[in-house]
Design a binder for this molecule. Structure first.
Ligand code: GDP
Ligand code: ZN
Length: 327
């Protein structure tokens, strides 16, 4: 599936592209957003008679997916892209540059088990891209990071170096960071609409409105996604383990095994912050993510309980209806 357009799914076949829909019945049966087709999915199509709409029979099992918590208070998830080998986390090296945002994107990739590459775009606007690179390498030393400018021709090659023929990558990042410009650079043509930066601020108006999969001349596949305003994480709180290795290494030395690094005596993490070995922002980001995922855990169990309650009520109603009189 290469694009979704309000319930219509554009699919690519050997003979070209076509729009397919979910059968009405199935749409009702779908209980989780996980079961809906996402960009990057392989679909089984029902044979269609001449002149009728193509129907989706099934979404084939995914080998990976990028899942995030949908915007808004509900505990709802959204599949951003399916079957991706790699995710490019894009940030702009302009006034909007924000390591905390990259930290969240890194957590999202990690929680989804997808390899990441950090792209610091708009290097032409930054007096010291090397300093910014240093800063993001500290966040996650094992993730490759490159500074580039989508306006320069060599940016395509630098990106393609991370995307072997046949592999699929997704671009993730806020709107205005230059994702569409990069796509166009890679395609060698203007296929994704970009919008000029408004005078007076660094925000490019978000031009990408839908997710779409592109086949690159290099043989790789690239999924462009609309700018994520919120990087909602979708995972169990426990899964955060491994995302903040620096803090975890310190926490192993805290006096209490269940130390929350707030005000406990003998806390090695707080000590490291005091000594300037750990940024207070970093600890703050870790604690926020933990709280956020704990809150999500709770919400999800509440939603499940409600669903179980509804199911029970329905069964009870059926039981009363069919129960023979006098019993
Ligand atoms: P998207 O929302 O992430 O798809 O961002 P766009 O590709 O639409 O880019 C937003 C604005 O930033 C556009 O005006 C681009 O021309 C501009 N832009 C993108 N890449 C660069 C870059 O490397 N350097 C500079 N100076 N501007 C860029
Ligand atoms: Zn501690």
């Amino acid at each position: 599936m290469v694009r979704e357009d309000r319930g219509a799914f554009r699919v690519r076949l050997d003979e070209g592209e076509r729009v397919a829909r979910l059968p009405g019945r199935r749409r009702i049966e779908v209980t989780s957003a996980l079961e809906l087709p996402a960009v990057g999915d392989w679909l089984a199509l029902a044979p269609a008679a001449e002149g009728t709409e193509t129907r989706i029979a099934a979404v084939l099992p995914r080998r990976s997916s990028l899942v995030r918590r949908a915007a808004g208070g509900e505990a709802a998830l959204q599949v951003v892209a399916a079957n991706v080998d790699r995710v490019f986390l894009v940030s702009g090296l302009d006034e909007e540059f924000n390591p905390r945002r990259i930290e969240r994107l890194l957590a999202l990739a990690r929680l989804n088990g997808v390899a990441a590459v950090i792209l610091l775009n708009k290097a032409d606007l930054c007096p010291d891209p090397a300093a910014a690179l240093c800063c993001v390498r500290e966040l996650s030393p094992e993730v490759p990071a490159v500074a580039l400018s989508a306006l320069e021709a060599d940016s395509a090659e630098r990106l393609v170096a991370f995307l072997a023929p046949g592999e699929t990558a997704a671009l993730l990042g806020a709107s205005g960071v230059g994702k569409s410009t990069l796509v166009n650079r890679l395609l060698g043509e203007a296929r994704q609409a970009t919008r000029p930066v408004r005078a007076g601020d660094a925000k490019g108006r978000h031009a990408t409105t839908r997710r779409e999969l592109f086949c690159l001349p290099s043989g790789g596949l690239l999924i462009d996604t609309p700018g994520l305003r919120e990087v909602g994480l979708w995972a169990e709180a426990e899964e955060l383990r491994g995302t903040f290795e620096d803090i975890e290494a310190l926490a192993a030395q805290c006096r209490f095994r269940d130390c929350r690094h707030l005000d406990e005596p003998g806390c090695a993490v707080l000590l490291a912050v005091e000594a300037g070995r750990l940024g207070p922002d970093r600890l703050d980001a870790f604690q926020r993510m933990q709280l956020e995922l704990e809150e999500l855990d709770q919400r999800r169990s509440r939603t499940q309980e409600k669903a179980r309650g509804r199911e029970l009520a329905a069964r009870l109603k059926t039981y009363r209806r069919v129960k023979p009189k006098g019993h």
